[in-house]
Design a protein around this ligand. Sequence first.
Ligand SMILES: [Zn+2]
Length: 98
Amino acid sequence: MSASRKCPNCGQWSHWNQNPTDRCEHCQSVLDPVAVARQQEREERRQEEEERFSIKFIELNPDDPWYTQFFKRIGLGFQIAFVSIVSFLLWLIALLAG
Ligand SMILES: [Zn+2]
């Protein structure tokens, strides 16, 4: 589906695919600056969330004695379980909020 949109910069009508990245055929300015800003904001928020929930996983060292490796594996198992639960809750919240 395609439409046309009046360029906010030069006032000419331009071909528009309803895509935030579409630009004016006449002056090359963004046709929908609000959508572009909104998209950037969403992208930034997504990156912030990824950083907040990124966990430093325990690294298994093959040179560790067996008992250290044993406890590290248990710790890693808890970490993975925790991340899974948090991901599930976030998915559930997104589902309920949507
Ligand atoms: Zn223009």
